[in-house]
Design a protein around this ligand. Sequence first.
Ligand SMILES: [Zn+2]
Length: 207
Amino acid sequence: MTGTRETLRLLDVTVAAGDGWIGEIPAGGRLRIVDLHGNQAVDTLIYDARDTANRYSAVDTVRAQGAVYLTTGSVLRSVRHDPLATIVDDTCGRHDTLGGACAKESNVVRYGEHTRHQHACRATFLRYAVTYGLDKRDLTHNINFFMNVPVTPDGGLTFADGVSAPGKHVELRAERDILVLISNCPQLNNPCNGYDPTPVRLLGWAR
Ligand SMILES: [Zn+2]
């Protein structure tokens, strides 16, 4: 299996702490995200590469699978209910799609005025989105891979210590040609990534 994959490898990049990445994965191809140092939050947006208005929908994904967390077997659905990708391998076991991506504004609300200058995922998303002609209006629901955001009994969200560890990974299979936009979260104020953003590795195969 590994040998076959070596010959088909199309992607092997390391995304630095706080940086981002954008790229296409062809239908049938796979994208593996490796949490190199553990407890890193990898904020991810997914689009139909042929029609970016057909983008990932957390609401439709959660409703269709009848569960709020994502893991192996989760089908990531679009606003038109099309399967965009399926999680086919997951050594972490829990990924959030409710908490959203951090922004300068949410940092100030959550952590205080002194964090206003800090870099946030929304800025990284925008920086890479524009290279594919996407804009602010295209930055909607996202997935936070490796992020642990437990839902409380009364329906609240809590940011908890991560459950990931160095070397854990999650792997997606593209169900159609997809565009993946990643912000490797720069968040310093949240235990989800141990107050210490770290790099992740992206591995991709054509099929
Ligand atoms: Zn973030």
